[in-house]
Design a protein around this ligand. Sequence first.
Ligand SMILES: Nc1ncnc2c1ncn2[C@@H]1O[C@H](COP(=O)(O)OP(=O)(O)OP(=O)(O)O)[C@@H](O)[C@H]1O
Ligand SMILES: [Mg+2]
Length: 166
Amino acid sequence: MQQAKIICLTQSKGGTSKTSSVWNIAACMVNQGYKVLAVDTDQQANLTTSLGVDPLELEGRSVYTLFTDSQVKAKEIIIATAEGIDLLPANNDLSVVEFSIKGAVSREKILARKLRPVVESYDYILIDTPPSFSLTTLNAMSAANYLLCPIQPEPYCLDGMNISIR
Ligand SMILES: Nc1ncnc2c1ncn2[C@@H]1O[C@H](COP(=O)(O)OP(=O)(O)OP(=O)(O)O)[C@@H](O)[C@H]1O
Ligand SMILES: [Mg+2]
């Protein structure tokens, strides 16, 4: 039985190439014939935009909905993009997700639970995270088998990595 390897790209320092890495690694994997799902958990929605999806046109069908509506399934939100990468898209609604799920049971495992039904449909699931250690980031890390922390060789970036993996 196929089971996707889930990789979370995380780093508290901003602008270290989390989003660009998810996009480029996913594109390389698709070119190699792998089936890939990219998950955008950043309210900036840079990954979503990079893959040609307008965050303003999601009409409530976003990662935020996945986090906050227990009835919504991942497969109902996934968009097949022109690049051949499937996408769970984000929009600015994610800016309030911390408040929306703060009372939820096992709130750090919501994303893991929602991804479980689709792990057999993919070879790899790549999760982009915001530049902060938030409940959203914790969900992304909890769902993952592997963490990839892109850094640039500068002190603040190393500080950011310490925050991410502490
Ligand atoms: N390998 C690279 N070499 C040079 N520039 C790069 C590389 N990867 C990304 N960049 C550039 O660095 C900038 C930041 O990249 P990106 O948005 O992917 O970072 P990020 O970590 O996702 O940022 P944020 O923390 O805001 O989400 C972008 O302008 C991107 O074009
Ligand atoms: Mg980013």
